[in-house]
Design a protein around this ligand. Structure first.
Ligand code: SAH
Length: 390
């Protein structure tokens, strides 16, 4: 096996447990490197650090899979890892749907697996994990006997690794429009053409957090995707629910989801650009008891964080203006680079500019099947806040 030796002084990240090793942290490599292969990593004075996969095409040269010298990376390794991931989720109470593998936070860098009852959606976002797809599929088959496994590798980050964008079946073909249940409600999940893996499991626990505040309320949900928060609101006793999304196919699916739960008479869904509509409706003096905002990530680059924060401020300020005194704002941000502190600061500024006083009801993060590891910033990405707006 090839060996990589780290420079004498590198950032303490690696010692502190982070699995990434950058190009400029490696002093030398013994042997010929082939992208995707497993290498052993040592400190400059030849102390074993771990084993991981290498890709000279990527700025992140090595991603460690284990720090245990006796671990062999093979079918059994992936079976053991996936078994441990499933045990952990079960201990947290997840049964039907969960993010089974959350990449670095599960010591399986760049591997994402979502479990939607008997169906599994996989993303292998780096070359070194992509080559192990057959072992991963085998492990899923042996643990779950799934009805279907699908690959959603149609994402641009793969190009940084020299990989192509692709999607398709990793099992016998099956009908990719499935139904899942969450908090007693049913939702269509379009595994093949839905956003990301088809459904946002990271908000599954937060959706319950609106349970009491939406009772008898007129609710506006913006950036609703297929209406999961909005249908929860209707189920929890909202008087009326209006959901908006820029995507016509999302709106169509939200309508189907409301019908599936017999909540079609309470919910209305429309295609709209949130930035235009929130501004106009503020001018029109529209008022709601609860406004919910769940926009997509606004940036993936440090250079544009301020622009992202301006975008968040814009929609939150506009959203607050549409809320009756004593109503609630339910607001999220999934931009990893916007820290919880930055998010709260942005909300404070928005409230000040909207001339409204706010009181925090709850401030949460993603659900526990997406574990947060301190020191791995990317694992702590979701901010979910409810405030009363006076
Ligand atoms: N709340 C959803 C997830 C929302 S994902 C859930 O819990 O499942 C973000 C959504 O914002 C996407 O569906 C996307 O189509 C939509 N979106 C992006 N830009 C938008 C815009 N300018 N106006 C309205 N919707 C937008």
């Amino acid at each position: 096996m090839n060996k990589a030796f780290l420079k004498r002084t590198i950032s303490p990240r690696v010692v502190n447990g982070h699995p990434w090793i950058f190009n400029n942290e490696v002093e030398k490599i013994d042997g010929v490197i082939n992208g995707g292969e497993i290498v052993e990593v040592f400190t400059h004075d030849k102390k074993f650090v771990g084993k991981g996969y290498i890709n000279p095409k990527s700025q992140i040269l090595v991603r460690l899979l284990t720090r245990n010298k006796t671990d062999e990376i093979n079918d059994r390794f992936f079976l053991q890892r996936l078994t441990a991931c499933w045990k952990y989720r079960q201990r947290l109470g997840y049964r039907e749907n969960c993010r089974l593998v959350f990449g670095e936070a599960d010591a399986l860098p760049q591997l994402i697996i979502d479990k939607f009852n008997d169906y599994f959606v996989i993303q292998t976002l780096a070359l070194g994990i992509d080559v192990w797809k057959p072992s991963i599929v085998k492990a899923l088959e042996s643990i779950f006997h799934p009805k279907g496994i699908y690959e959603r590798n149609d994402v641009s980050v793969r190009e940084l690794e020299g990989l192509t964008r692709q999607k398709g079946f990793l099992s016998d073909p099956f009908s990719t429009q499935i139904i899942i249940t969450e908090n007693g409600l049913s939702f269509y999940v379009d595994i093949e053409n839905g956003q990301k893996t088809g459904y946002f499991l990271d908000q599954q626990d937060n959706r319950r957090a609106i349970q009491y505040i939406v009772k008898d309320a007129d609710v506006l949900g913006v950036f609703m995707y297929t209406g999961s928060f909005e249908i929860h609101a209707a189920h929890y006793g909202a008087k009326s629910v209006l959901g908006l999304d820029i995507s016509a196919s999302a709106v169509e699916q939200a309508i189907q989801n409301a019908a599936l739960n017999r909540l079609g008479d309470i919910c209305r869904f429309e295609t709209a650009n949130a930035f235009d509509v929130l501004k106009q409706w503020g001018k029109d003096g529209r008022q709601y008891d609860v406004v919910m905002l769940d926009p997509p990530a606004f940036t993936k680059s440090r250079d544009t964080i301020q622009k992202a924060i301006n975008g968040y401020k814009e929609i939150n300020l506009r959203g607050m203006k549409l809320i009756k005194p004593g109503g609630f704002l339910v607001t999220s941000s999934c931009t990893a680079l916007v820290s919880p502190g930055m998010f709260l600061e942005m909300i404070d500024t928005a409230a000040k500019d909207a001339k409204r006083k706010i009181r925090q009801v709850t401030f949460q993060t993603q659900s526990g099947d997406h574990p947060v590891i301190r020191g791995m910033e990317n694992t702590h990405y979701l901010k979910f806040l409810i405030v009363e707006v006076q």
